[in-house]
Design a protein around this ligand. Structure first.
Ligand code: GLC
Length: 544
């Protein structure tokens, strides 16, 4: 298998909100040149690929997911030359760049929609989905439950309703129209030609609408995505398509096709179960969802995450589990949003360092390529009082100087977090870099160790038998004759456990990759005592 076209199999990803990262021109908004300044930091952290949230011109009613021009850069972020520079500078450091591609919809300010609503005979009319009634496709659910009452909105100018799965300012494109299909390919080609390494494809389950269905994961959608992939294989064989399909494992599996559709897909259902397992001190939810996850073709990869720029979605849990998660993790109503929780990783885990690291140990060792959300490597906090999902999109905390070193402006696009315990004076990159025992250094070490072992990107997961199966989640990652045994103590108490060793682990000693401590197996078992919320990444030491 060609290493270059499969770089994503063992890459570590990092999601950047450009507006929050670094402001190079003092206007209070992070920008592309600011991000260029921080590439050394990202390289040093060990990140292989950045996912940039939308950077296109937009009225920003959905923070850029409402695109008004697919071929430009929002002036807050800079211009196309800055973007080219970013790609060149990132590539120099062996960092790849993917951006969001919002295929499902545009902003209502996009010229296509402006033309479409003005003139029934415009060629752009059929770029969108119109109806004289608001009764069609009534089985499609509403996603932004807190704000939207219907997926149809009346347009006075057009004298018809238009279809939208998200905000009413985001009309859905009509993929039954071959011109729309071609436009999207042309747009992707535009960015691929500029050197971009692929796209995180936003909201793909909803491309088509069909009466009598819920309008998700339709066969037509898969057919079109296969065409997109064929285009990639021909035009940009190293480019990737990372699918955002917030669906059950069986349904997400379909987005890989026979290895001829999306390269990667977020594993949405595993994410809330990591939080469930940590709270219940029981790994069963993680084990069950992975057992329910169908195998994927060798040339595909899952993408795992703990948090991202959206609310912590609770779509992929049962009703009962959702309420339990809300009670446990969002006790204040303000913390809840749509079907989720608008909080960051560190506050969710009570700012408990051991727990945060344990969550990261799971992230970095379960099947899939991990993605970090900016700021979570230092345990940044959130601000639930900001609107919508903005509370998890506050400025990156670089140091303890004004505006956290993010910007020289009087006023930043959003307030820097200044309340203890997450204030920028105490939580920032500089202070954590100076402290060898910080979250930052532990996470950096996990990244480095992960990248040394092919088992993580390429290997199978095999459960390890042990006598504390609930509290201790133990598994082998195995690729060819390489083996690593991961042991996570999910409990708040120390646990002593006996783990059965498989063939390749029966060596005189096992070494923990993260601390270099060793332990000695005896007659087919290893007995371990793990402190509360701790983890080991054990590798067999060959004699000599
Ligand atoms: C995706 C994005 C989210 C956005 C939505 C509509 O779910 O992650 O931020 O609001 O799509 O584009």
């Amino acid at each position: 298998m060609d290493k270059n076209t499969h770089w994503f199999k063992d890459a570590v990803f990092y999601e950047v909100y450009v507006r929050a990262y670094q402001d190079s021109n003092g206007d209070g908004h992070g920008d592309l040149l600011g991000l260029v300044e921080k590439l050394d930091y990202l390289q040093d952290l060990g990140v292989d690929c950045l996912w940039l949230m939308p950077i296109f011109p937009s009225p920003l009613l959905d923070d850029g997911y409402d695109v008004a021009d697919f071929r430009g850069i929002h002036p807050d972020f800079g211009n196309l030359d800055d973007f080219k520079l970013l790609i060149a500078e990132a590539h120099k450091r062996s960092i790849r760049i993917i951006t969001d591609m919002v295929m499902n919809h545009t902003s209502d300010q996009h010229p296509w929609f402006q033309e479409a609503r003005k003139d029934k005979n415009s060629r752009y009319r059929d770029y969108y989905v119109w109806s004289d009634t608001d009764e069609k496709f009534s089985e499609a659910r509403i996603i932004f439950l807190d704000t939207e009452k219907s997926n149809w909105t009346w347009d006075d100018q057009a004298q018809q309703f238009y279809w939208h799965r998200f905000y009413s300012s985001q009309p859905d494109l009509n993929y039954d129209n071959p011109e729309v299909q071609q436009e999207m390919l042309d747009i992707m080609k535009f960015w691929l030609d500029m050197g971009i390494d692929g796209f995180r494809v936003d909201a793909i389950p909803y491309l088509y609408e069909r009466e009598g269905t819920n309008g998700e994961n339709l066969p037509e959608t898969h057919e079109y995505l296969k065409q997109v992939r064929a285009f990639f294989d021909q035009h940009a064989p190293e480019g990737i398509l990372l699918s955002e399909a917030n669906q059950w494992p069986e349904d997400v599996r379909a987005y890989f096709g026979d290895g001829d559709e999306m390269h990667m897909a977020f594993h949405f259902p595993v994410m809330p179960r990591i939080f469930m397992a940590l709270k219940r001190q029981d790994g069963t939810p993680i084990r069950q969802i992975l057992e329910r996850t169908p195998p994927i073709p060798m040339n595909n990869q899952w993408c795992t995450f703990l948090r991202n720029h959206d609310e912590l979605t609770l779509e992929m849990v049962t009703e009962e589990e959702r309420h339990w998660m809300w009670e446990q993790y969002a006790p204040e109503l303000r913390m809840r949003l749509n079907l989720g929780i608008r909080r960051r990783l560190a506050p969710l885990l009570g700012n408990n360092k051991a727990k945060i690291l344990l969550a990261n140990s799971l992230l970095f060792t379960l099947p899939g390529s991990p993605i970090l959300y900016y700021g979570d490597e230092i345990g940044m906090g959130d601000n639930i009082w900001l609107d919508d999902r903005n509370g998890v999109r506050t400025p990156m905390q670089w140091e303890d100087s004004p505006n956290a070193g993010f910007s020289a402006a009087q006023q930043t696009y959003a307030p820097v977090i200044a309340e203890p315990p997450f204030s920028y004076q105490s939580v920032n990159v500089a202070s954590q870099q100076a402290d060898p025992n910080s979250l930052y250094h532990h996470i950096k070490s996990m990244i480095a160790n992960r990248k040394n072992e092919r088992v993580f990107g390429w290997g199978e997961l095999v459960w390890a038998q042990n006598d504390r199966p609930e509290q201790v989640l133990a598994y082998y990652r195995q690729f060819a004759d390489e083996l690593v045994l991961i042991v996570n103590n999910l409990s708040e108490a120390a646990q002593t456990t006996r783990i059965e060793l498989v063939e390749g682990m029966l060596t005189p000693a096992l070494i923990d990759l993260l601390t270099q401590q060793t332990c000695t197996p005896t007659s087919g078992f290893v007995e371990l005592t793990l402190p509360p919320y701790s983890y080991l990444w054990l590798k067999p030491v060959q004699p000599g």
